[in-house]
Design a protein around this ligand. Structure first.
Ligand SMILES: [Zn+2]
Length: 295
């Protein structure tokens, strides 16, 4: 048995790809989830503000030391509250992408509000740093066909879904996929107060899992899309873990180290775009019906 799909082709004879993406959430998801008129709690806010104050700068320094250009997906509110961030990220040559305005969660956000958030972020990023983002990453990685249509209308790529572990095209939009297994938040996000049931994972176990993921993806010709957060992976021990991960990835023969935008552009201009195509419409198969009594 072999896969009906060909091997994904990377540029200039490269055999696999790695992208370092940062979702610069800082305080935005917490504020989005707060009931209207409720003052934010200091413990949550201070822990998250560690990101813009320290974490993001450590991540920028890490990328600079390894000579890697990253992709930073920034909610509009975070750019608005911390106006030094976008210019610093852009000046270092990294990509800046969209990540909602208030870190809107898809299930709670009508399409009209999604569109307002998209256009308000585009205007703010242009005004703050002269940046015109080419891509979008959905907060909490959920999407709808209507949202995809809005991205298509603006010529934006998406990086929120995980239907392959290399780029593909869905509803005409270039998708550069993410993956939960290589997202720092599911292992390390811990905010106390009973909100998280387990203590954060130990770094070495996670590093082992990520190295295993990379070993097979490099062999299979896939993309490792690492996703970290300013306020989570900017902590000291996790920076050391990322150094060890990057030591292994940058030493792999044939790896293409690229921004998410560069990977999206490669996909859209290559024969891959004919081979890896999906559609959300007509609707995906409906939920299975229960067998009725008597059948
Ligand atoms: Zn986020």
């Amino acid at each position: 048995m072999s896969s009906p799909y060909p091997r994904y082709s990377w540029p200039e004879g490269r055999s696999s790809a790695f992208a370092f993406s940062v979702d610069v959430d800082a305080e935005s998801p917490y504020l989005w989830g707060l009931p209207e008129g409720t003052p934010p709690l200091l413990g949550q806010m201070e822990q998250r503000l560690f990101g813009p104050r320290t974490g993001i700068w450590r991540l920028l320094d890490l990328l600079n030391r390894y000579g890697i250009k990253g992709s930073f997906f920034v909610p509009g509110l975070v750019a608005q509250n911390h106006p030094a961030l976008l210019p610093a990220i852009a000046e270092a040559g990294h990509e800046i992408g969209l990540h909602g305005y208030f870190h809107e969660i898809v299930a709670d956000t009508p399409t009209a509000e999604f569109v307002r958030a998209l256009d308000a972020s585009l205007a703010l990023f242009k005004a703050q740093a002269g940046v015109v983002p080419r891509g979008f990453r959905s907060p909490a990685w959920e999407m709808t066909p209507e949202m995809l249509a809005e991205l298509a209308a603006r010529g934006l790529y998406d990086s929120s879904l995980m239907g392959f572990d290399h780029p593909y095209t869905i509803d005409g939009v270039t998708e550069v996929p993410v993956q939960w297994a290589v997202d720092d938040a599911i292992y390390f996000k811990f905010t106390g107060g009973g909100a998280d049931r387990w203590h954060p994972a130990a770094q070495n176990g996670v590093l082992d899992a990520w190295l295993d993921e990379w070993t097979v993806l490099a062999r299979e010709g896939g993309l490792l899309m690492l996703t970290v957060h300013d306020w989570i992976s900017g902590r000291a021990g996790r920076i050391r873990m990322l150094e060890r991960l990057l030591d292994a990835i940058t030493a792999t023969p044939g790896v293409w180290l690229a921004t998410v935008g560069e990977i999206a552009a490669h996909h859209a201009a290559s024969p891959n775009r004919e081979h890896f195509v999906t559609r959300s419409q007509p609707p995906l198969p409906s939920a299975p019906r229960r067998f009725k009594a008597g059948h």
